[in-house]
Design a protein around this ligand. Structure first.
Ligand SMILES: [Zn+2]
Length: 134
C-alpha cells in the first residue's frame, strides 16, 4: 500500500486517511469508506474520497462549495454517456481533448470550481432542448 503525503490546499495542514463516518456521521452510506480529511477538520471543511483498493485520493481536497460544483459537473458529464450520446470512454476522451488535459488530469475530482463550471457549460451545449424543458 502506497503512503502519500497530502496537503490541504486551503489551510496547508496535512490530510489523513479517515473513515467516511468522520465526515458523514450516521448518514454515511459506507461508514468505512476511506477519505482524505484535513487534519484541521471540522474547522477546515476539506476532504476527498479515496479509492478503496489503493487508498489513493480520487482528486484534490475540496471544501463544501467545490464539492457541490464537482457533483454538478459529474451529473452534467455523466449525462453524455448515460443518454447514449457517446460511450463512457468516448466521453472521457472528449473531456480530455476539450480541456486539452493529459489523461491523468482529466478527472472531475481534480478540477477547480472554474473548471467544473466549464464542464457544466460544455456538457450543457449537447442538450439545448433538454435544458430548456427542465
Ligand atoms: Zn485544511
Amino acid at each position: 500500500m502506497k503512503r502519500v503525503n497530502i496537503k490541504c490546499p486551503y489551510c496547508g495542514s496535512r490530510a489523513f486517511l479517515r473513515p467516511a463516518s468522520v465526515v458523514y456521521g450516521a448518514k454515511a452510506i459506507n461508514p468505512a469508506a476511506p477519505y482524505y480529511v484535513c487534519a484541521r477538520y471540522p474547522a477546515c471543511d476539506a476532504y476527498v474520497a479515496a479509492h478503496k483498493d489503493t487508498r489513493l485520493p480520487m482528486g484534490t481536497l475540496a471544501d463544501k462549495n467545490l464539492r457541490c460544483k464537482r457533483i454538478e459537473a459529474h451529473k452534467a458529464f455523466n449525462r453524455l454517456w448515460e443518454s447514449g450520446l457517446m460511450s463512457k470512454k468516448q466521453a472521457y476522451r472528449w473531456l480530455q481533448a476539450s480541456l486539452a488535459l493529459p489523461e491523468q488530469e482529466a478527472h472531475i475530482g481534480r478540477f477547480s470550481t472554474f473548471r467544473c463550471e466549464q464542464v457544466i457549460q460544455m456538457c450543457g451545449n449537447f442538450f439545448p432542448t433538454l435544458d430548456k424543458a427542465s
